[in-house]
Design a protein around this ligand. Structure first.
Ligand code: ADP
Ligand code: ADP
Length: 227
């Protein structure tokens, strides 16, 4: 796992209507191995915060650190999952999952194939190794995206509304699978959602945004007996 510190993060966008304050002095910490959800209504700044956490966008003020190092760009110790899958359409399931192993870790041959098979099994895609994304259901595509993100064993998994595009039944199944994977791997997970029920189902702690745009309203500890 891996710890994350968000310190005094503000973000302003310049728009034709003037300046938009998307984030205003956001502070929180995620401990190693925690599963934290960031929840709030549309427009409260979740995606902006996610993109800054992932190093996809700079903060106007403040900083994010991952294990003490300031985040300035996406790094191999982060696995990132988006709502819209962002799979490579010209690669099979196996090829999508192998991408980071080849590119970031330089793994090939039998080592790569064994690691890919582990991941295929972990996310329940056995039998679909040679399928292309377009032939898969939404839930299966998101399993591929999750396996690809986990492939290089990142310390931190960042997920932005990952189950927002699938039906309710599939979402419940994916939530349960994510909890299994979290318990199995001990990853630190930061999970953005607009769905309060989902946040409470998944998280140890929930960072609640909204009311005042761009600000944390409260941070709630969720003490549930997990099944
Ligand atoms: P959420 O993900 O919670 O819906 P966002 O982070 O997308 O919130 O947006 C927060 C605020 O910042 C909104 O008012 C939105 O309109 C504004 N915003 C987001 N991205 C941009 C951008 N690239 N340019 C201008 N305004 C933006
Ligand atoms: P999910 O998205 O969670 O897989 P679905 O209801 O879409 O849920 O699919 C249910 C099951 O049907 C899947 O777990 C898989 O076994 C099978 N399935 C879904 N899509 C395909 C497909 N394109 N080809 C073959 N089997 C599929």
């Amino acid at each position: 796992g891996s710890s994350v510190q968000v310190s005094g993060v503000s973000k302003q966008y310049a728009s034709e209507q003037g300046t938009v304050q998307a984030l205003a002095d956001v502070n929180f910490q995620v401990d190693s191995g925690e599963l934290v959800c960031i929840v709030g209504p549309s427009g409260c700044g979740k995606t902006t915060l996610f993109r800054i956490l992932a190093g996809l966008e700079p903060a106007t003020r403040g900083e994010v650190t991952l294990n003490g190092s300031v985040v300035t760009e996406p790094t191999p110790n982060m696995g990132i999952v988006f709502q819209e899958y962002h799979l490579f359409p010209w690669r099979t399931v196996r090829g999508n999952i192998a991408f980071g192993l080849e590119k970031a870790v330089g793994l090939d041959g039998t080592d790569r194939d064994q690691r890919v098979q582990q991941l295929v099994d972990l996310v329940g895609l056995a039998g679909f190794e040679d399928s292309y994304p377009k032939s898969l259901s939404g839930g299966m595509k998101q399993r591929v995206a999750l396996a690809r993100a986990l492939a290089i064993d990142p310390a931190l998994l960042l997920m932005d509304e990952p189950f927002g595009a699938v039906d309710a039944q599939t979402r419940e199944r994916l939530q349960a699978e994510l909890l299994d994977i979290w318990q199995e791997t001990g990853k630190t997970i930061l999970f953005v959602t607009h769905d309060v029920e989902e946040a409470v189902t998944l998280a140890d702690r929930v960072v609640v945004m909204g009311r005042d745009p761009g600000q944390i309203r409260e941070i709630v500890s969720v003490d549930l007996d997990r099944p």
